[in-house]
Write a protein that binds this ligand. Structure first.
Ligand code: K7E
Ligand code: CUA
Length: 674
């Protein structure tokens, strides 16, 4: 522990230095070596380019590893969070080409999400206190899994800012559901899934009274403020979270941070790190320690060890309380019934990452140079020993297992270890925020023998640019990671890109991990110019079976046939019923039918659009000026909008996708009579 403390202090000093300078210390970038000699073996024209551009052999290798000729497809797709953009990003790996921004919590006009169609209904599911919330802070995407492997069907994402979770269907890469957690107003430790996606899990972060009701953070902290972890039941058949089958577990007001589900040997359990067991309540303006130091006083916080199968039993047995329709297991019940255990974790921890076989949980201490590796087997032995006799408990009655009884190893990596991912060679990769590096180190136990080195040792520290947060590995959260690439999700880019003003992009750096030993290399820099993504997952592209077009007449919210679909312009019509006007319109290259819509001010308009194309990429748009309406009508899609014609005038509606040579002619007039 003493050693730990010394390094903790070093860590704090380093962090303070960074805060004081307002700048991380850039690691020297690889200087191009003098051209010439290094181009031996290249065709003459390639050698000339390399010489002219001053490319090193490493640069040439990186180019060859990442360049993807036109028409060739990436073997991996990375689904990255979009941070405070509220969206997700789909990125090809290794080309690092951005393929799509997936609209999730934020209206997005290209996809017509939130501008009149079904996206509006989906966004409404995310209301908070009846208020529209039209952005999110997405942190941790979770691909659906079957038997611990990504199955390519769904991806889930949390919104830290409003404690919401969204479901994205990977048949069309579109959001289908947004659900608000009734217990918490802020989340963080989500989303992640159980190995068969029985549950999508949303963990909390900043403690608050249940249902974010009024409370005083100083006076009521220990009595009213709590954390809640929610097990959202996922129904694969409907592709929706079922709130009625979902439940939560009440947690102490420690700041639970990031979680991971056990798998294989540890299936049925989950693990969350935490960082405010001090229960600091801030108030720097009143002379109290600010949160940043108040939460970092203790040498250790608590790794939360949770038996979710046991919690599920208690939920099914009705041993729950209810708040705002959400059933939850009280902290007292969780502590007494063997749902929740703690074990110490050093110091200001971040992340809890389960190894591919589920044997170990790795926790990085932000202010400690080590990662701590816990053994699930040892946890179970310690729990069994507890049941026989005296147990140390925290002040909420939760049993605390000693660090000695649960720890397998500690590996010293450097400053600011945060998150850890795995490969197929028995290596773990940990992001070092303060060092701006990716640390490759060896796992022991069943992973010994997959690599040539000693177990639990640092193999290489690769500088990245700069201040890496999360790290993602190819198939990295599965029971069988791939190991070709990891991506460093860097918070700062500083000097990597052209100066485009004080707000800089983040830098995703592709790292080659295909060779053993100290052979990791940075291959590619990808600027993320729209927000701060936190986590990403990388799936093999051939696992994704996205539709090329929608079957004719598909309602894309339900993914079922739409009762208002029509299949030919002959069926297009306008029907008036009192003040209600209903329009059935077809959309095809290069005309809308009808092209004239005559209505009266004060009418209520219901307008159905059917794109009757089945040609791939034959997407049309529908822009209605002055009414904040814009749709994306992909082939086969049927979409409905409703609005009150409260402004009279003449409105030219038109197609926003350049769909054909006569695209500009694809228009019509809505005439609203005063
Ligand atoms: Cu997973 Cu940024 Cu939410 Cu670490 S967090 S970096
Ligand atoms: Cu349809 Cu342009």
């Amino acid at each position: 522990m003493k050693k730990l403390l010394v390094f903790s202090i070093l860590g704090v000093v380093a962090m303070l230095l960074i805060v004081a300078c307002g700048n991380p210390v850039p690691t020297p970038a690889g200087q191009p070596t003098a051209p010439g000699g290094s181009t031996a073996g290249l065709p003459a024209d390639a050698a000339a380019v390399a010489t002219e551009r001053g490319l090193t052999p490493d640069d040439i290798y990186a180019a060859l590893r990442t360049f993807t000729p036109s028409g060739q497809l990436d073997p991996y797709i990375m689904i990255a969070s979009g941070g405070q953009s509220g969206q997700l990003l789909a990125i090809g790996v290794p080309s690092m080409r951005l393929l799509k921004t997936i609209a999730v919590f934020t209206p997005e006009p290209w996809q017509g999400f939130g501008f009149g169609g079904s996206g509006n209904t989906i966004l409404e599911g995310g209301k908070v206190n009846d208020k529209d919330i039209l952005w999110g802070d997405t942190h941790h995407p979770a691909l659906s899994e079957t038997a611990g492997e990504y199955d390519g069907q769904f991806v889930f994402i949390n919104d830290k800012a409003n404690a919401r979770v969204a479901v994205i269907d990977l048949r069309d890469f579109a959001t289908k559901q947004i659900i608000k957690n009734p217990l918490g107003i802020v989340d963080h430790g989500g989303s992640f899934v159980t190995p068969n996606t029985e549950y999508v899990i949303e963990g909390p972060q900043y403690a608050q009274p249940i249902g974010w009701e009024y409370g005083d953070v100083v006076q009521d902290y220990k009595t009213k403020f709590r954390g809640y972890l929610t097990m959202w039941k996922f129904d694969r058949a409907t592709g929706r979270i079922d709130p009625a089958q979902s439940f939560s577990v009440e947690l102490p007001p420690y700041f639970q941070d990031l979680c991971d589900a056990g798998k294989k040997v540890s299936e049925g359990w989950l693990f969350c790190n935490s960082f405010n067991t001090e229960m600091a309540t801030g108030g720097v303006e009143d002379g109290n320690p600010p949160f940043e130091s108040g939460t970092a006083k203790n040498d250790t916080d608590y790794l939360h060890i949770m038996n979710w199968k046991k919690a599920e039993e208690l939920f099914k047995a009705g041993k729950t309380e209810t708040f705002n329709g959400m059933k939850y297991i009280t902290l007292d019940t969780a502590a007494k019934e063997g749902v929740l255990y703690f074990t110490p974790e050093p110091k200001s921890p971040h992340g809890a990452d389960v190894t591919p076989g589920g044997e170990y949980v790795v926790v990085g201490g932000k202010l400690d140079p080590h990662v701590t590796i816990y053994s699930f087997d040892k946890m179970q032995q310690a729990i069994a020993a507890l049941n026989e006799g005296s147990a140390t408990k925290d002040e909420f009655g939760v049993p605390v297992l000693t660090l000695d009884s649960t720890m397998e190893a500690q590996v010293e990596l450097g400053l600011g270890p945060l998150h850890t991912v795995y490969d197929d060679k028995g290596y773990a990769y940990t992001s070092l925020f303060l060092d701006s590096a990716v640390a490759r180190w060896t796992l022991g136990g069943p992973y010994q023998g997959l690599h040539p080195e000693e177990p639990w040792t640092l193999v290489q520290k690769l500088p990245v640019q700069y201040n890496i947060g999360h790290i993602a590995a190819a198939e990295g959260d599965t029971a069988s990671p791939d190991g070709n690439y990891v991506v460093a999700l860097n918070k700062w880019s500083i000097d990597r890109f052209a100066n485009i003003g004080p707000l800089l992009p983040q830098n995703f750096q592709l790292v080659d991990t295909s060779k053993t030993g100290d052979q990791m290399k940075v291959l590619y820099d990808m600027p993320i110019g729209n927000a701060e993504p936190h986590y990403a997952q990388i799936i093999k592209a051939d696992k994704l079976k996205a539709w090329e077009v929608y079957p004719l007449g598909t309602n894309t919210e339900t993914m079922l046939p739409d009762p208002n679909a029509i299949t030919s312009p002959d069926q297009a019509k306008i029907v008036r019923n009192g003040k209600n006007v209903e329009i059935w319109m077809t959309v095809v290259r290069s005309h809308f039918t009808p092209e004239h819509v005559r209505i009266k001010k004060g009418d209520h308009v219901t307008w159905h659009f059917s794109n009757i194309e089945q040609t791939r990429d034959a997407t049309h748009g529908f822009a209605l000026p002055g009414y904040n309406i814009n749709l994306s009508l992909e082939p086969g899609k049927t979409e409905t909008i409703e609005f009150d014609a409260d402004k009279d005038g003449t409105f030219a509606y038109y197609c926003t996708e350049f769909c054909s040579a006569l695209h500009l002619e694809m228009l019509g007039y809505m005439m609203v009579e005063p």
